[in-house]
Design a protein around this ligand. Structure first.
Ligand code: UFG
Length: 329
């Protein structure tokens, strides 16, 4: 069985990737420092607790296991925190990633799949956002993702390290079996917060602004199911294993839904009241973020299997209603 090193495999997206790989005949080897990840989420392969800043540990892992590719999900991802603690973001998301890449080069592992973000585009000048859209990130988080993309271009030229950077729009939903799901502490993402409100764990959901130039005045985002992200990673992996060149791809549905629509859909699915509270706009939130994934469709053969908002929230609800306290339970 082929070994894939999953850095950040105890986190939300990484854990879903591990399940997917195991179901498709691969052995996911997880490296996670468990700062935000959950060891209970690592069920489909070994867990090595440690950091990509630890070159000695990385070398041991690459010597012990024959690794065919690395998928890198380990990053700090709170946009607001990145504004107040940029050093933490540049060190973890950029410097530590360089460390990982250097060890890969030394150990002759040349296939890398990177979790990038639509945050690399910054304020959109055109919707839908294609890969050709200018990349002008407006916060340190987005800049860390763009820097790694650029570093990967340089590593390809200098060392032949081939990579695929996947620019996620809003990752959402959970494993359709309800085994694993989203458990961020603190939680800042809309869908889990809405579902926690339905569960009575929060009094209300704050809507960050209802005066945007959209139909219902609330922000529009492109929600993409976590298993569709896993599909795209798998297709990217196959592309690299087959010796094809890497690339940079958007991963979104191409459809946007407003905050109001998310709440309305969650009400239908849960059958519970979800009280709302309109508050000020959150700084840095563009009115509309919707991506075009035509390039991923054409070059990777990717097609989202869970594109509708109802299914996305339904799978999230399965997880949240079964494990209201997350992995702690
Ligand atoms: N929102 C609310 N109330 C909340 C939380 C969110 O109204 O309590 C709104 C936000 O204003 C936004 C939408 O819901 O319009 C989605 O917000 P999220 O925080 O769930 O997601 P973001 O769009 O802010 O963030 C996502 C990714 C980030 C990435 C960013 C790129 O989660 O990792 O897109 O802009 F950096």
């Amino acid at each position: 069985m082929k070994n894939i090193l999953i850095v950040g495999g105890a986190g939300y997206i990484g854990s879903h990737m591990c399940k997917y790989l195991a179901n498709n005949g691969y052995n996911p080897i997880v490296l996670d420092n468990l700062v935000y990840g959950h060891k209970e989420a690592v069920r489909w392969g070994p867990l090595i607790e440690g950091s990509i800043s630890d070159s000695r540990l990385l070398k041991q892992i690459f010597s012990k296991y024959q690794i065919v590719a690395v998928m890198h999900f380990a990053a700090f991802c709170y946009v607001g925190e990145s504004m107040t603690a940029p050093a933490k973001y540049y060190r973890n998301n950029v410097a530590d990633t360089i460390n990982l890449l250097e060890v890969m080069v030394e150990k002759n592992v040349s296939s890398f799949i990177f979790s990038s973000s639509c945050a690399t585009y910054g304020e959109p000048v055109e919707i839908p956002i294609t890969e050709k859209h200018p990349q002008n990130p407006i916060n340190p988080y987005g800049r860390t993702k763009l820097m790694v993309e650029q570093i990967l271009d340089d590593f390809k030229n200098a060392y032949g390290l081939e990579s695929v950077s996947l620019r996620y729009f809003n990752a959402a939903g959970a494993d359709p079996d309800g085994e694993i799901g989203e458990d961020h502490k603190p939680e800042t993402h809309l869908i889990p917060l809405v579902l926690q409100t339905a569960l009575g764990q929060r009094k209300s959901i704050s809507i960050f602004g209802d005066d945007y130039p959209t139909k219902d005045g609330t922000c529009i985002r492109d929600y993409i199911h976590i298993n569709d992200l896993a599909d795209a990673h798998f297709l990217a992996l196959k592309r690299l294993i087959n010796g094809l060149p890497g690339g940079k791809y958007n991963l979104g549905n191409g459809d946007g839904y407003s905050v109001g629509k998310v709440i309305e859909t969650a009400c239908k699915i849960t059958g519970k009241p979800i009280p709302i509270n309109i508050v000020e706009r959150r700084p840095g939130d563009p009115a509309v973020l919707v991506g075009s994934s035509k390039k991923a469709a054409g070059e990777l053969g990717w097609k989202p299997r869970f594109p509708d908002l109802y299914t996305i929230i339904e799978t999230a609800w399965k997880w949240h209603s079964r494990y209201p306290e997350g992995y702690k339970a």
